[in-house]
Design a protein around this ligand. Structure first.
Ligand SMILES: [Zn+2]
Length: 308
């Protein structure tokens, strides 16, 4: 039995209907780079946003956007820890704008998630990198102003960016966490690699990792690799590793995930793009939707109140 069949069986047994459809919509827009001040303008249109501090350069504000019911269990999304991966900001911001404006294609889902959960969203974790990259850059803007790879700084917390994000995690204690990334095509013929990756940290969340990966694969008609990250260690400083094993008031475990999509880059020989800008938009939003569906399912089957 493959993980997806197992998951469906579990759903039937438990009579939960929250995950019975995969991604019941098609999306036609695409990701497009815009300067950080334009992203800030979009952030400042949300009903609830806060500046959580400045980045390491001291020049850029970092923001937390909140949606949903503040009294309810917390789900967190982080985008653009690497500035070169600006596409993650574009699709996740659009996802949240659609939730807030009630233009998200699944209205029932939107209504449910906003009434039953509290969403914490950091659209740009590395604003300096975001504003210093170029749309097809391989390396420029990946790190922050101090040339630190922020996704190795969640153990020592030497940088303002990771410190601000840590404060949000520590304060709200989300039970589900998604870190959105994109990877550059590899120079050695990346066509043979998978087009997308979903990774987790803990065996106990394998079911959800596999559900997201398999459903995304069906939706996109492309390969999605499942990363086994069980051995990655705390001192590696990965943002998702920081959340692992952190207790939360809502569920028995806190489950972090990472999403990786291929992004286009310009090399000496020209542009290499395994996914189009439209596919990045579509699969990014699709993956987020599956992540939220998984969070709902995990909460409904494992919330602490129910267990008592
Ligand atoms: Zn990345």
């Amino acid at each position: 039995m493959n993980p997806l069949q197992y998951f469906q069986l579990k759903l039937t047994e438990r009579k939960y209907k929250t995950l019975d459809s995969f991604i019941p919509f098609t999306l036609t827009e695409q990701v497009e780079y815009q300067p950080y001040n334009e992203v800030e303008n979009r952030i400042q249109k949300f009903k609830c946003y806060t500046e959580i501090g400045k980045d390491a350069s001291g020049k850029y504000g970092m923001y937390l956007v909140e949606l949903g019911n503040k009294a309810k269990p917390k789900i967190m999304i982080l985008s653009c820890l690497h500035g070169t991966e600006w596409q993650s900001t574009q699709f996740s911001l659009k996802f949240m704008e659609q939730l807030e404006n009630d233009t998200f294609p699944d209205h029932k889902f939107r209504q449910y998630i906003l009434s039953q959960f509290h969403i914490l969203f950091i659209p740009v974790a590395n604003p300096w990198g975001y504003n210093h990259t170029t749309p097809l850059s391989r390396y420029k803007g990946r790190k922050n102003a101090n040339k630190v790879n922020l996704n190795r700084d969640f153990y020592d917390f030497t940088q303002e960016e990771s410190q601000h994000i840590k404060k949000v995690i520590d304060k709200y204690k989300p039970f589900f966490y998604l870190d959105c990334h994109l990877m550059a095509p590899r120079k050695d013929g990346g066509q043979n690699y998978q087009d997308m990756i979903v990774g987790n940290v803990d065996h106990e969340s394998d079911l959800y990792r596999d559900f997201i990966a398999k459903s995304l694969s069906v939706y996109a008609n492309r390969e999605v690799e499942q990363w086994n990250q069980h051995n990655n260690r705390e001192h590696n400083g990965l943002s998702r590793r920081y959340l692992f094993n952190k207790p939360n008031p809502f569920t028995p475990n806190s489950f972090p995930f990472i999403l990786e999509l291929y992004r286009p880059v310009k090399n000496k020989d020209g542009i290499v793009a395994y996914l189009t800008d439209q596919e990045i938009y579509q699969f990014g939003i699709g993956a987020m939707y599956l992540f939220f569906k998984s969070a709902i399912h995990y909460y409904l089957t494992n919330n602490k109140k129910k267990i008592k």
